[in-house]
Write a protein that binds this ligand. Structure first.
Ligand code: SF4
Length: 701
């Protein structure tokens, strides 16, 4: 039970990448109530339906309280000894690449940091990847191609200072609700135009000024059309292009070849030409334009090219680094950005350093005093689980995520987990994935542990504990360090708390020779008291007094020549197209009131009230063709497997398309897991899976 006289604890919502500040109160009976933090600059006191229900998720329902070995309760020492021994033995027998970690954007930055350090610095493999691969990887790759570093240039204030906001592949109203409310509030006073580019008529599309329901996967063509139109209309900022960028001629040439006219773009994207022309005119004529992109862009076999097609248009007009302008990636998870900062993706090293630079590898190795620094990237999520299934990875540790449901081709992932020689799962509740655990480790959850998260606008905020961990649950950073010590790496993992880990992470981000870099939070290498009191801050924070707000205002980018890079991209087919066997293009995504695989939000009855069971949205034309009435149970089959959900006949999806929420699994409905049928095709650059486009067949069950 909490102290009724205690002040509310300031913390951060654990759901989406908006990163809202939360005030949590613990009553005398132990119940938790939450409200928005009026002083947090992401949300100014507001919370959405999921955030405001957080207090109802902190109970013990479903929590796992003790370690287990082979499904039986065990003590921590035995469980940790076994994990360390099996990983050590496997590495000794088969080498460092025979083990892997699969981690999560739900982890705090400090958890992520030590897991990455253990795998890449001490085990000596790059085999740590994260469910952020399913969320953000294409934006990361696109940013690195264009800017030389994984950087979101703007801040949320740009949404409010823009005259035109183009929401591309983003159902912002449901997936980033508080940011969307900020945009609508600004629109009421300033008259902001909102354009939505989405194959579905989502809640966001229903409130916009222009909805472009493009054919799935045609975003590159549409934005190449914008670039070509900008050139034809003499709206290119020649001074900016000449002074701050490279590669413009090649990118424009590709765009002109792809999109010679608005008519060709309209035909290629499945749009009315008048709508395409209106979009082009609004984009060309509105200086303060922000283009927001999310999973509809990222979760694609052409995701990285889509990102660069968007960024190209902003570079061509110099609309970047200035108020109300810029390309803006919004992240799905609360700490997808923090994970990217510490190197939680298999192709990153740490602190935005990379494997492509021998100097970076040497710098990280020296800083960590790492005996076995990895020298090349590890396996990305889809390839990682493929390697597990093929027996190349023999020991796997899954932290804070549920790949048995959420990965594409999840049936194959479940088979891989089942066949793996040794599986460790650390999580707060029993999930579909914990069924495969040889060792289960109970982790502390939201409200029970301390650390930091970084939201979509590069703002680092504290998550603070206000409850004791239940049973024997422990914070993830401590579990990882306890295993590292048992593997013989004690000196490097002797942290006394998350503040010490954050201090080290911050120190690593600063070049010892004073060299300039964007991800520099060296001035945040603070003592424990300052860490406890840390206010939300944008990075970079290279000097204590300067928290950088908007980046690239000076037209200088972190590339070798200081110039941003245009990338010449061409519209290409998606990895798989619909055919006579699988004639419907299945889209997947979030509902307003649920989160991921519902392991937390699924426990709150009022969040389930709106959509209590999985529904597949289909058009009336397709329902008629497949003999389905509204509410009938539909069988959805792809090359990967079968799922079942009730049919909802709607005009929000076009004929030939369908939409299935991503949240359900075997635990909550009858085999309605979208992951079971989603294609494992990936973007060749980012490795991000194509979760927005799987050819399926639909029939009445
Ligand atoms: Fe949490 Fe996102 Fe809702 Fe804010 S908008 S309360 S971060 S789920």
């Amino acid at each position: 039970p909490g102290d009724p006289t205690a002040a509310a604890v300031r913390t951060t919502c654990p759901y989406c990448g908006v990163g809202c500040g939360v005030m949590a109160d613990v009553a005398a009976d132990g119940s938790v109530s939450v409200r928005g933090d009026p002083d947090h600059p992401a949300n100014f006191g507001k919370l959405c339906s999921k955030g405001s229900a957080l207090g109802e998720t902190t109970g013990l329902d479903g929590r796992m309280l003790y370690p287990e070995i082979a499904g039986r309760q065990a003590c921590w020492d035995d469980a940790l000894d076994l994990v360390a021994k099996r990983f050590t033995d496997t590495i000794a027998a088969h080498g460092p690449d025979s083990v892997a970690f699969y981690v999560s954007g739900q982890l705090l930055t400090e958890d992520y940091y030590v897991a990455n350090k253990l795998m890449k610095g001490f085990i000596g493999s790059g085999n740590i990847d994260t469910n952020s691969r399913l969320c953000m990887a294409s934006s990361v790759a696109g940013h690195r191609r264009a800017f030389g570093e994984d950087v979101v240039p703007g801040t949320y204030e740009d949404f409010e200072e823009a005259d035109l906001v183009v929401l591309t592949g983003s159902n912002t109203a449901w997936c980033h609700p508080i940011l969307y409310q900020r945009l609508l509030a600004a629109r009421r006073t300033r008259g902001t135009k909102i354009i939505v580019i989405d194959p579905r008529r989502t809640a966001t599309a229903q409130e916009c000024d222009l909805h472009l329901a493009i054919d799935p996967g045609t975003d590159v063509l549409l934005f190449n059309g914008v670039l070509a139109h900008l050139a034809r209309s003499n709206v290119i900022d020649q001074n900016y292009v000449g002074a701050a960028t490279s590669g413009f001629a090649e990118a424009l040439s590709a765009a002109l070849a792809d999109a010679p006219s608005s008519a060709s773009v309209a035909t290629g994207c499945g749009l009315a030409e008048a709508d395409v022309q209106l979009f082009f005119q609004l984009f060309a004529g509105t200086e303060r334009t922000v283009t927001v992109y999310s999973q509809g862009v990222n979760q694609s076999s052409r995701g990285t090219d889509k990102v660069n097609a968007i960024v190209n248009c902003h570079l061509a007009t110099g609309r970047i680094g200035r108020p109300g302008m810029g390309p803006f990636s919004v992240t799905g998870q609360p700490n997808a950005m923090g994970g990217r900062e510490v190197g939680g993706l298999a192709n990153q090293l740490a602190a935005h350093m990379g494997f492509e630079s021998p100097e970076d590898i040497d710098r990280v190795a020296r800083f960590w005093r790492a005996p076995n620094i990895a020298s090349r990237p590890g396996l990305k999520a889809v390839d990682l689980f493929r390697a597990v299934g093929e027996g190349r990875i023999k020991a796997l540790w899954v932290m804070g995520t549920n790949p048995a449901v959420s990965m594409p081709d999840a049936g194959r992932v479940r088979a891989a987990l089942k066949s793996c020689e040794f599986v460790v799962v650390s999580d707060i509740t029993r999930t579909d994935t914990t069924r495969y655990a040889d060792v289960y480790l109970p982790a502390a959850g939201w409200g029970e542990k301390d650390g930091t998260v970084t939201n979509s606008e590069r703002r680092i905020s504290r998550q603070r504990a206000f409850l004791p961990p239940p049973g024997e649950a422990r914070p993830d950073w401590r579990i990882v360090c306890d295993v590292a010590r048992r593997m013989g790496f004690g000196d490097a993992f002797a942290y006394d708390g998350p503040a010490a880990i954050f201090r080290e992470h911050a120190a690593l981000s600063t070049y010892e020779n004073g060299g300039r870099r964007v991800f520099d939070i060296g001035a945040m290498a603070m003592d424990e008291a300052a860490y406890d009191a840390m206010p939300p801050r944008h990075w970079p924070v290279a000097e204590e007094s300067v928290s950088h707000h908007r980046l690239f205002a000076d037209g200088r980018f972190p590339t070798p020549d200081g110039r941003a890079r245009f990338v010449a991209v061409r519209q290409d087919r998606l990895a798989r197209t619909v055919d006579a066997t699988f004639p419907i293009a299945l889209n997947t995504g979030r509902l307003r009131d649920q989160w991921h695989t519902m392991t937390r939000t699924g426990r709150v009855p009022r969040l389930a009230a709106n959509t209590p069971e999985a529904m597949i949205d289909i058009s009336a034309a397709d329902a008629g063709a497949y003999g389905l009435a509204d509410g009938d149970l539909a069988r959805v089959t792809s090359a990967q497997g079968t799922a079942r959900a009730k049919a909802r006949i709607t005009d929000t999806v076009r004929p030939g398309q369908a939409f299935l929420p991503m949240h359900w699994s075997g635990s909550f409905a009858t085999n309605a897991a979208a992951g079971s049928i989603s294609t494992p095709d990936v973007d060749p650059i980012s490795g991000q899976p194509e979760l927005k486009h799987t050819p399926v067949h639909i029939a009445r069950e």
